[in-house]
Design a protein around this ligand. Structure first.
Ligand SMILES: [Zn+2]
Length: 319
């Protein structure tokens, strides 16, 4: 039955392995390391893949001394990031952990956790959450409160994985109406996000309907945020729902260094006040859905200057 079936499956997988680990692949240190560190799977994901429990995986990780590094426990590092003026959200992004983790360890080390007024308050996750989520302000209201454009708010809300408000489950009529959608997207130059917000639906729904109507989506830059001229040149900033996560994974894989010139995240922030970019080697628009473009194979960490060399912002990216 299922357990027999399951056994047979894990046997055929295990055939490729040595005799010793045939019955218990989780005993194999290299295999565990590659799944846990290399592929960054969780212990329950590994358990699922190897056909054992999460607990077993945890035990063997311990036995083999396999640990993910926990840079947030490094007091000196935390202190220095904080001194560079990084917010808790920035640090969480840099160290690839949650903001709560950063906050806890800052507190533990007695490092000041009071909020510095950031130069660009719309980059700050807490500020955005406070206004957009807790105070239920609209994106326009948040924008005018913080003194920036509304698109910046859209992008940063997305970047911080802040859930946008629940949408009307019905497909808005305007989306089904090709000429209406065409005029919003093409003539009015509205972004996928702007249309979604106006019609009270998810950005991915807008993207799907654009696709269904055969309306060609505009090119996207490789990083939303600062380069407003990319938008004015008629680009869209819809990167797909898995973008924030894949972007973080790429940064971590690349050790937070530009893969062309080697500048680090902190140096880059010191020089330019922004984090490193993540670039799509094959442009998003050549994929059926933006999520498909966000595979780790297709993403690479670059500094702004190398990024602009490889992909000049003003160039019409038509190849
Ligand atoms: Zn570079």
């Amino acid at each position: 039955m299922t357990s027999t079936q399951h056994e047979r499956d894990s046997h055929s997988r295990a055939n490729r392995m040595s005799e010793m680990t045939e019955e218990a692949p989780w005993r194999q240190a290299d295999r565990l390391r590659s799944l846990y560190i290399g592929e960054d799977l969780s212990t329950s994901e590994i358990g699922e893949q190897l056909g054992c429990s999460r607990k077993t995986v945890e035990n063997w990780l311990k036995k083999h001394d396999i640990e993910k590094s926990r840079p947030w426990e490094d007091e000196e590092r935390l202190r220095s990031l904080r001194q560079q003026g990084m917010s808790e959200a920035d640090i969480a992004d840099e160290l690839d952990c949650s903001q709560a983790t950063v906050h806890n360890w800052l507190t533990k080390f007695g490092i000041d956790t009071s909020r510095t007024r950031p130069e660009r308050p719309w980059h700050d996750e807490e500020t955005l959450r406070e206004l957009y989520v807790e105070s239920e302000m609209t994106m326009d209201e948040v924008a005018s409160e913080l003194g920036c454009g509304r698109q910046a708010i859209e992008v940063w809300i997305h970047r911080h994985d802040i859930e946008t408000r629940s949408y009307n489950p019905e497909t808005p009529k305007a989306l089904q109406d090709e000429s209406k959608l065409r005029s919003m997207y093409l003539s009015d130059g509205m972004s996928t996000y702007a249309i979604a917000e106006q019609l009270d639906c998810a950005p991915s729904t807008v993207h799907d309907w654009l696709h269904d109507h055969g309306i060609e989506t505009r090119t996207v830059g490789s990083q939303p945020g600062e380069l407003h001229h990319r938008w004015e040149g008629g680009v869209d900033e819809y990167y797909g729902d898995n973008w924030a996560k894949q972007r973080r994974k790429t940064l971590r894989r690349d050790d937070y260094e530009c893969q062309r010139c080697g500048i680090t995240q902190s140096e880059h922030r010191n020089r330019t006040d922004i984090g490193l970019d993540v670039h799509h080697k094959t442009p998003i628009r050549t994929f059926q859905s933006p999520e498909d473009a966000n595979t780790l194979d297709n993403l690479v960490t670059l500094c702004r200057s190398c990024h602009n060399t490889i992909e000049p912002p003003n160039e019409n990216q038509n190849d």
